[in-house]
Write a protein that binds this ligand. Structure first.
Ligand code: SF4
Ligand code: SF4
Length: 526
């Protein structure tokens, strides 16, 4: 049997500190940039197909429009005092050493142009205030470095003025889209949501056939008929989940976990083929219009199906948008049952049932895992959960502790509000950005290596589809198997003891046997 002492180390850790300052390497990642969107990807979202002739004038006009629309943007551009507190807080700087990946330097790429065209000093004494003309070289630099920011907001936590580089990065991307320099990955995906309903382009037939296969698997495993419906009208809950949950591991095990929880709670639910995507890449490109368009699909699906509640599955930025903006973008949701929050997170739902004593778990079913938890940046820093401060940190951990015997947190300065991005968020989860994804994952991977060394941790759970997809790709670069990343509801699926299931029967038999063994040894002792 493995003892805790097997994992304790008596010498200094060999794993480098996740927060270690890198060697400063100017220009290290200036050549890294994503593929540009093709004309058809741009057209579908109402953006010009390629760089327009009067792009410079249009870009400056757009910047003026954004400064008027989002007062916070102007405040962020005006208020930086160059204190340096944010310089070493970005995972892309820590992983690459490129000084332009320091949050303050990233902001300055836009700030310098803002100063040139929108401030008195910049118009008349540009050199004195570091103001720059918007040239094609500057636009190229924007394209590169604003796609090396995952909009994770880690830097804003440490800025004494709360300057949010994520918003600066969103504004830069919106300006680039407006002049015809969009990113292929994000824009193609948004187009797929409009035409097919989800990022992966899964048609209804494919969704139905996946769900049928999963129902069969669940029946074989549990002996129960657990329904996984799509487009079923009149049910209580519309589940909006990332399309990755219908397609890839470990996401799909999470979906099976949600289905088990709904079944055990006796709550009817359905997916929608029209709104078969929780992810909303409109946020990544900074486009309110596209973010709204995608959100309105959820409202329409809920109304068409006549549900009472909307619950979101495990997706980080989807929850950021749902929690923070869904009512503004697509509300009011006065047609839903007012007894429930709009929207609700699947973790809040499961946690609520746990607290009501409606779920039973056999933790030993997860004994193969020594587990840690990755706080996804969008959940940690851009939203909340439950009705308590810090609920977004405590609720997923409470679920993991209830379903698993061996849980260990990573270093305090790398989790919760201080968590690192997985390296693939914010529209970076594309193979053309693999190098920056691997380097950006470095701080999180080092923190994971530390708990592996100290506690023998074997797996990490997360509640974000992007995190799961990113980690399964980059973990092998840091010495972990690609299946070392798990869904939180995968742990639920493994441990839940469902009424009338094969697992319940087995557990009862085990308990019965333990009782008679104990009785027999008491008898012998007497
Ligand atoms: S990736 Fe995160 S920490 Fe880095 S600049 Fe962007 S928002 Fe800040
Ligand atoms: S921490 Fe804030 S004020 Fe200080 S350099 Fe960074 S963005 Fe500027």
């Amino acid at each position: 049997m493995t003892e805790m002492s097997d994992f304790l180390i008596d010498e200094e850790s060999k794993v480098p500190d996740p927060l270690e300052m890198p060697e400063i390497t100017p220009g290290a990642t200036e050549g890294l940039k994503p593929f540009q969107a093709k004309p058809q990807h741009q057209d579908a979202l109402g953006f010009p197909g390629e760089l327009i002739d009067n792009w410079q004038e249009t870009a400056i006009d757009k910047m003026g429009e954004l400064l008027g629309k989002y007062r916070s943007l102007q405040v962020y551009l005006d208020s930086c005092v160059k204190c340096g507190a944010c310089t070493d807080k970005c995972q892309y700087f820590l992983g690459t050493g490129d000084p332009k990946n320091m949050p303050v330097a990233r902001q300055d790429l836009l700030r310098s142009v803002y100063r040139r065209y929108f401030t008195f000093a910049g118009k008349y004494f540009p050199k004195l205030v570091g103001a720059r003309d918007l040239t094609e070289d500057v636009l190229d630099e924007w394209y590169s470095y604003f796609h090396q920011c995952s909009q994770c907001r880690r830097c804003s936590v440490y800025c004494p003025y709360g300057i949010d580089t994520a918003e600066v990065s969103m504004a830069a991307r919106e300006i680039m889209d407006t002049v015809g320099k969009g990113q292929k990955y994000c824009n193609e995906i948004i187009g797929k949501v409009y035409t097919i309903g989800n990022n992966l382009g899964l048609p209804k037939k494919a969704i139905e056939s996946t769900l049928e296969g999963l129902e069969e698997e669940l029946e074989e495993e549990t002996g129960l008929k657990i329904s996984m419906p799509v487009d079923k009208p009149g049910v209580e809950v519309l589940l909006i989940t990332p399309s990755a949950d219908l397609f890839a591991e470990p996401h799909i095990q999470g979906l099976m976990g949600y289905a088990k929880v709904f079944h055990e709670a006796g709550i009817s639910w359905t997916l929608s083929s029209y709104a078969s995507e929780a992810a909303n890449f409109g946020m990544f490109i900074g486009s309110y219009e596209n973010m709204r368009e995608v959100s309105l699909r959820i409202r329409k699906a809920a109304q068409d199906l006549g549900v009472k509640r909307i619950i979101f599955g495990e997706c980080g930025h989807a929850w950021r948008i749902a929690y923070s903006f869904l009512n503004t973008l697509a509300g009011p949701f006065d047609f839903l049952d007012p007894r429930y929050p709009v929207p609700q997170h699947i973790c809040e739902f499961t946690y609520g049932l746990m607290n009501e004593g409606k779920l039973r778990f056999d933790k030993s079913k997860n004994d193969a895992y020594r587990l840690t938890y990755h706080d996804s940046c969008n959940v940690a820093r851009a939203s909340r959960m439950g009705d308590m401060p810090g609920g977004q940190f405590e609720i997923p951990r409470a679920i993991l502790r209830a379903t698993c015997n061996h849980f260990f947190d990573m270093a305090a300065d790398t989790i919760k509000e201080a968590t690192f991005c997985c390296g693939g968020g914010g529209g970076l989860l594309t193979d053309d950005l693999m190098e920056i994804r691997i380097k950006g994952a470095q701080p999180r991977m080092r923190a994971l290596q530390q708990v592996q060394e100290e506690h023998g941790v074997t797996h990490m759970a997360a509640i974000c589809a992007i995190c799961k997809a990113q980690f399964s790709k980059v973990m092998p670069h840091y010495g972990f198997d690609m299946d070392s990343i798990l869904s939180v509801h995968q742990m639920v699926a493994n441990a839940i003891v469902m009424t009338g299931s094969i697992q319940e029967k087995e557990l009862q038999e085990e308990q019965q046997k333990e009782k008679s063994d104990a009785g027999a040894s008491e008898g012998q002792a007497a």
